[in-house]
Ligand binder design. Structure first.
Ligand SMILES: [Zn+2]
Length: 507
């Protein structure tokens, strides 16, 4: 098999296994800087990471002036629906629903990701617009690859050609077909009600299981699966229990949205006299295979103020992971309280991009800044902790120790960062430059499974202009249906006001 070598990279972020005497460590080691780093791979696997590679080399890539970075792992995103809301939802949060945009605005562009299995006759949801969803997904993956993400969780409803479309981009995808037996709606903008249809949930579970097995056998070798019961408040106890049990049987992770809004927490208290996390724990579904999407409004949160907070302990003690997506919540004035507290309690944290942009470096920046503001303590959360979440934390949540790190035997998923890019200079600490100043701009090359997917800053596997045109047309098409889907029958301009008023000659 041909050996490709990246020679003489100025910097490498390499994985070091922990010495046994260093005490407990969730990941068995840590990322560290290595100057003058070589990296060699054969096929999809790293053969060498370190100094002075002396083995065979069929192809040599000059690493001078570059930093080698492990591929990022994004464990929570909805690429097939959320990019359609760009330019609309950013400043639209429902004050009457405790700031959440979920219940009032998220479905105004047609059925949300979780509801493609919904009853097609339900008036609140339009017809599935698969061309728009497909384009949204390609645009989102382009953003991910461009910013060094090499593996992501696609938490979406099943759609035709889904597996082939994501596999063609060359990214590693964890297909997470979502399903639920309840769907929320508001008749008036202040009350949330649920329509239940357990058969739909069961059918969704069966479809998801079949899709996961197809993903595992996909010829690309890049796909795997995850069970994804959509939200804690939209799945019955039986459905949630069976989804988690089936995930364990299939040996795949299971993720649901929980503690993502005050509305949800109140609803769970009303139904069960328990928090969302308390209810999941009572069902026995939590564990190392389980990921909580968001886990933000736990009972210690200042907007919840539970009488005897134990949600965080439950998450930590069961070995459950958290998918933290700070950007889109921070846009809505909501923060997790706080990242460093979760880490210090021993929770495995991963990062996700959720809505848009799908730029995990941006998400890392938000995670750090928001945590420091929420804790009022600059020492509460470090770049190292957040970088760990964006790499091995996400990998651990997916049950993998062969991605998110640069070490021999791991997958050849990595990026090259141009240290000479003005945004990186001075590159005294290139990780600080990348996260606090440069974001994706200096990333020149990205490899997944040893194959180049980004070169000279261009994504090689996606016709981005064509996909952007399709996405833009799809957004315009879907916006026309807003008045009929909105409880107040508002026009798009009323539901989603522009950021500035129109100039006189344009009114
Ligand atoms: Zn989500």
């Amino acid at each position: 098999m041909a050996t490709v070598v990246v020679k003489n990279a100025d910097w490498g972020v390499v994985w070091e296994n922990a010495a046994p005497e260093s005490g407990p460590n969730l990941y068995g080691g840590r990322h560290a800087f290595l100057k003058d780093c070589d990296l060699a791979f054969e096929g999809d696997t790293l053969a060498f990471v370190g100094k002075d590679y002396k083995g065979a080399a069929d192809t040599v890539i000059d690493g001078r002036g570059k930093m080698l970075l492990p591929g990022f792992v994004n464990i929570h995103s909805h690429p097939n629906s959320e990019p359609l809301l760009k330019g609309l939802s950013e400043e639209r949060k429902s004050r009457q629903l405790n700031m959440s945009s979920l219940y009032e605005y998220i479905f105004l562009l047609g059925r949300p990701a979780h509801d493609l299995s919904a009853d097609p006759d339900t008036a609140a949801f339009g017809t599935a617009d698969f061309p728009a969803y497909g384009a949204a997904c390609q645009v989102a993956i382009s953003e991910m690859l461009r910013s060094g993400t090499t593996c992501f969780v696609d938490y979406s409803a099943t759609r035709p050609n889904w597996l082939d479309e994501v596999a063609r981009t060359g990214i590693r995808t964890v297909v997470a077909p979502s399903f639920r037996s309840g769907e929320w709606y508001t008749p008036n903008g202040h009350e949330i009600l649920y329509r239940w249809n357990e058969k739909r949930g069961r059918d969704g579970l069966d479809t998801a299981a079949a899709q996961i097995m197809r993903a595992q056998k996909h010829p690309s070798g890049l796909l795997s699966g995850m069970m994804a019961p959509a939200q804690v408040d939209t799945c019955t106890a039986d459905l949630m229990r069976d989804a988690s049990a089936l995930a364990r049987d299939l040996g795949v992770p299971c993720q649901t949205h929980a503690a993502q809004s005050v509305v949800e927490m109140r609803e769970m208290f009303r139904r069960h006299g328990k928090t969302s996390i308390g209810w999941l724990h009572e069902l026995g579904v939590l564990g190392p295979h389980f990921i909580i999407g968001h886990a933000m409004f736990l009972d210690h949160h200042s907007w919840i103020r539970g009488p005897d907070p134990r949600d965080l302990d439950v998450i930590a003690d069961t070995g459950t992971s958290v998918a933290h997506c700070p950007n889109q919540f921070a846009r809505g004035g909501m923060v997790l309280e706080h990242f460093g507290k979760y880490v210090k309690r021993g929770v495995n944290m991963g990062l996700g991009t959720d809505t848009f942009p799908h730029n995990i470096i941006d998400e890392m920046r938000w995670a750090i800044v928001v945590a420091k503001i929420a804790s009022a303590d600059i020492g509460s959360t470090s770049l190292a902790e957040v970088f760990t979440a964006a790499t091995v934390g996400g990998a651990k949540a997916l049950g993998r120790s062969d991605i998110g790190r640069l070490a021999a035997g791991c997958k050849a998923d990595f990026s090259l960062v141009d240290l000479a890019h003005p945004s990186m200079q001075p590159a005294r600490d290139p990780l600080k430059s990348l996260v606090f100043s440069a974001l994706e701009r200096p990333i020149t090359d990205v490899y997944v499974a040893g194959k180049p997917v980004v070169r000279d800053g261009k994504v090689l596997t996606i016709d981005l202009q064509a996909q952007l045109a399709e996405l833009t047309a799809g957004q315009a098409r879907n916006m026309r249906g807003i008045p009929e889907r909105d409880w107040a029958k508002r026009s798009p301009e009323e539901a989603f006001p522009m950021s500035l008023g129109w100039a006189g000659s344009n009114r």
